[in-house]
Design a protein around this ligand. Structure first.
Ligand code: HEC
Ligand code: HEC
Length: 282
């Protein structure tokens, strides 16, 4: 009986092991084509890149390289370098972070298979995609509260960050933002003297000059649905407005989404802590 038991113990794992190896080998055989880079699978994944690199790998603007017709090995190496942080770019580091090796290989095969572009050709970006973008809150002076000011000496700008009541209530409760939350940044030029040097006020801060523009993020139910996963910030969407409150025509929302994307702990916002402190105190 004792002998029998110990034989069972030895035999069973061995059989399992053999079975496992066989299954693995068989699976390996049947899945063999999928192990090689798959340009078709890459084409599906590549819709996530089109906001910046264009639907056919011909990019949407001068800051984005064309990917069409680049060597697969080069694309693969660059994506892995972005993922590891060895090549540094705020947008691509955030994007490559979520790509497994298999996706990288398939994307590389896809873009390498596309025809290259004429010099200077550009493609449509992620703007006015679906009409789901913040509209300008004309009543912001009464309806929004400023919770932060940041002076940007290098850019010669002063920015005021303000939030509507929905955003303030959510921050006070310390949670994520519900639909209806709206954060607005007022961008002002800083005043300079005749030599173009920044003026400082008695408080040591930059002196606020002319209003230059607004940037905005607003969350509404379903607004994120049209955004590719790799860029999606839940249901937040972004906009830039002129001083008159008009949408900046042709704005590419891709970089806004990509740069805010890693901030999942603060519901995609950079200034959440200050907003929360302000909301608690007011
Ligand atoms: C929000 C805009 C944006 C999106 C979306 C985006 N990229 Fe990029 N990508 C960039 C920018 C900007 C650069 C240039 C980075 C630099 O200057 O180092 C770049 C560079 C690259 C490069 C290096 C190209 C070269 O010539 O060296 C590769 C490869 C790349 N991206 C692949 C992808 C893939 C694949 C996706 C989709 C999964 C993607 N990108 C999505 C903005 C974006
Ligand atoms: C390269 C990174 C980057 C890009 C691209 C970017 N942002 Fe931001 N954003 C920031 C940072 C950092 C802050 C925090 C304060 C600051 O530096 O202005 C911020 C703050 C904000 C805020 C205030 C709420 C918050 O998150 O704290 C809004 C609104 C905003 N950005 C809108 C936009 C819009 C609209 C775009 C695209 C046109 C955009 N951002 C693109 C980095 C970025």
């Amino acid at each position: 009986m004792g002998v029998q038991q110990s034989r069972e113990k030895i035999v069973r794992p061995t059989r399992c092991f053999v079975a496992a190896v066989l299954t693995a080998v068989l699976a390996g055989f049947s899945a063999a084509p999928a192990l090689a880079a798959d340009a078709e699978a890459g084409a599906d994944l590549a819709t996530q890149c089109s906001a910046c690199h264009g639907a056919a790998g011909i990019s949407t603007g001068k800051n984005f390289p064309n990917l069409a017709a680049q060597k697969a090995g080069y694309i693969e190496t660059q994506l892995k370098a972005f993922r590891a942080g060895d090549r540094s770019n705020e947008l691509m580091n955030a994007i490559a972070a979520s790509l497994p090796d298999s996706d990288i290989e398939n994307l590389a095969a896809h873009f390498a298979s596309l025809p290259g572009a004429d010099p200077g050709a550009t493609a449509a970006n992620l703007s006015g995609l679906d009409g789901m973008a913040p509209s300008f809150p004309a009543d912001f002076e009464e309806a929004f509260k400023r919770y932060q000011r940041i002076d940007f000496e290098g850019r010669k700008q002063v920015r005021f960050y303000s939030a509507n009541a929905t955003a303030l209530a959510a921050a006070k409760a310390g949670g994520a933002f519900p639909a209806g939350a709206y954060l607005l940044v007022e961008i002002f030029e800083a005043q300079v003297d005749a030599d173009g040097k920044l003026l400082l006020g008695a408080d040591g801060q930059l002196v606020v000059g002319e209003r230059a523009a607004f940037t905005a993020m607003e969350k509404q139910a379903g607004w994120g649905q049209a955004v590719p996963d790799i860029l999606r910030n839940d249901d937040w969407r972004y906009a830039v407005f002129s001083v008159e409150g008009e949408h900046r025509a042709g704005l590419n929302e891709g970089p806004c989404l990509a740069c805010h994307k890693p901030l999942t702990d603060s519901d995609y916002t950079f200034t959440y802590e200050t907003l929360r402190e302000f909301a608690e105190a007011n």
